[in-house]
Design a protein around this ligand. Structure first.
Ligand code: GLN
Length: 465
């Protein structure tokens, strides 16, 4: 499938109908079924909207352009499940602001992508509806939690797909499947209508195959929303020519022997290209990053335990049958509706928030988080952009880390630190390892520097030819 501009202009010029593009995307989705990247197709609604575009009733900069949403966005046309039994039959009463904004420009959602249930995970193995397979090697994981969205973008089912990123869920699967993925500045895109995971680091972003397409979609979704009080006004997402060489810092803690040799090699090669393009690249240090996973896996479960309290079998979701007491109704409904990883996080979160341990864990983690933020701010006063690998390895085998949560959490070691600081970060596909698996590089910037990251990615893409 072509890029966004090509699709939109072919429809605008009458060279190809919106219906033909949407039918093509639906057919590609059917052909890629064995990847289990999509939980549902929104065929009827998509074709109806395509016909409305073809009749001139729906217009806009994305008129007729098909896309996929991660299934934790509330969106019409099929249930919004968050890949959980809890919401298996939940029909959204409204649509997420991000989806509404894309639809207002004429974009057409054709399906809903698989994820780790409630976005808890880094491999899409925690979905209640089966694992998603990597687009390049189907014995390997898609990454996660937005694995389905990354795979449909890499397989060319659609030109772009939406995801959420709380600690890496867009960037890491983008890296594992060789596509662009952006987690914007915290608050740049409204979270309204998206299933909450950890409210202080949840962000909305997208996957695409070019820097240009990524920037275009983000510029449409960004903006203040009165229904999400954490949104900030007008974060610039537009690519511009870089008028001066940039000062770039490569974070030395992310280039240790623990990182796969091929990954370090690819990051090194890209660094050479950055220098050849006139930028300076220095080694920099972010000492607090060694505590980032510990901080994240206290604060995020704490917020999860609070956000997931609403799924009680009464207000939302699955209600266990044949129960006799209220306690049993809550307990059984939550037991049936959540996967193991959801339960693990609810328990850790409740523990670190409990009155006896709040000071020892949650409070300490918040203090350490502040120190990490200060280190970033100091570095980003001297440097325009920081770089690191997006993940310490390429995509791992399905099942390889599934029994060991700590090993799985290590896959987030590169992406979690910028999330804790609310910084924008982009995965740029930069090469392949010796077995042909994609390698990603992470660009990190100061809050609101999203456009700068995308502009550098675009410049390097153009230089690549
Ligand atoms: N893999 C990370 C986690 O499990 C990130 C998840 C996310 O960003 N939604 O928490």
């Amino acid at each position: 499938m072509a890029d966004i501009q090509t699709i939109a202009s072919s429809i605008a010029r009458g060279e190809k109908t919106a219906r033909a593009w949407v039918e093509e995307a639906l057919a590609r989705a059917e052909e890629s079924k064995e990847y289990n990247a999509l939980l549902s197709l929104t065929r009827d609604r998509a074709l109806e909207r395509a016909d409305a575009v073809d009749k001139g009733e729906v217009t806009g900069r994305l008129a007729g352009v098909p896309f996929v949403v991660k299934d934790n966005f509330l969106a019409f046309g099929a249930p919004s499940t968050a890949a959980s039994k809890m919401l298996e039959h939940f029909d959204a009463p409204l649509q997420a602001t991000a989806v509404e904004k894309l639809e207002a420009e004429g974009a057409i959602c054709i399906g809903k992508a698989n994820l780790d249930a409630f976005a808890h995970g880094g491999s899409t193995e925690n979905s209640a509806f089966g694992v998603t397979h990597n687009a390049i090697d189907s014995e390997r994981v898609a990454g996660g939690s937005s694995g389905g969205s990354a795979v449909v973008t890499a397989l060319d089912v659609v030109p772009f797909a939406l995801g959420t990123d709380t600690g890496g869920s867009i960037r890491q699967p983008a890296s594992f499947n060789g596509v662009y993925g952006i987690k914007p500045t915290y608050g740049a895109v409204s979270r309204y209508g998206v299933v909450a995971m950890a409210s202080s680091t949840d962000t909305i972003g997208c996957f695409a195959r070019t820097a240009e397409d990524t920037a275009f979609i983000m510029s449409i979704m960004a903006g203040r929303d009165v229904r999400d009080m954490t949104t900030i006004p007008d974060v610039d997402m537009a690519i511009k020519p870089l008028v001066r060489p940039l000062k770039i810092g490569i974070i030395k803690e992310t280039m240790t022997d623990d990182v796969a040799t091929d990954v370090r090699q690819a990051i090194g090669d890209y660094t050479d290209k950055l220098r050849a393009a006139g930028h300076t690249v220095d080694e920099v240090s972010l000492p607090m990053s060694r505590y980032a996973l510990a901080i994240y896996y206290i604060i995020v479960p704490a917020e999860i335990s609070s956000n997931l309290a609403r799924y009680d079998g009464i207000r939302y979701g699955t209600r266990a049958a044949g129960v006799k007491t209220l306690a049993e109704l809550y307990g059984r409904s939550r037991d049936e509706g959540f996967v193991t990883e959801n339960k693990r996080r609810i328990m850790i979160g409740s523990y670190v928030l409990s009155s006896g341990y709040f000071d020892a864990y949650y409070q300490q983690a918040q203090k350490a988080r502040t120190l990490l933020i200060r280190e970033y701010d100091a570095l980003l006063e001297q440097y325009d952009i920081l770089i690191s690998p997006t993940a310490p390895t390429t995509a791992f085998k399905i099942g390889e880390n599934a029994d060991d949560p700590v090993k799985m959490y290590l896959a987030d070691i590169m992406t979690v630190p910028p999330s804790l600081a609310g910084l924008p970060a982009v995965n740029v596909p930069v090469g392949h390892d010796t077995s042909g698996l994609p390698i990603g590089l992470q660009l990190i910037g100061q809050r609101r520097a999203d456009a700068l990251l995308l502009s550098l990615a675009a410049q390097m893409e153009a230089d690549r030819g």
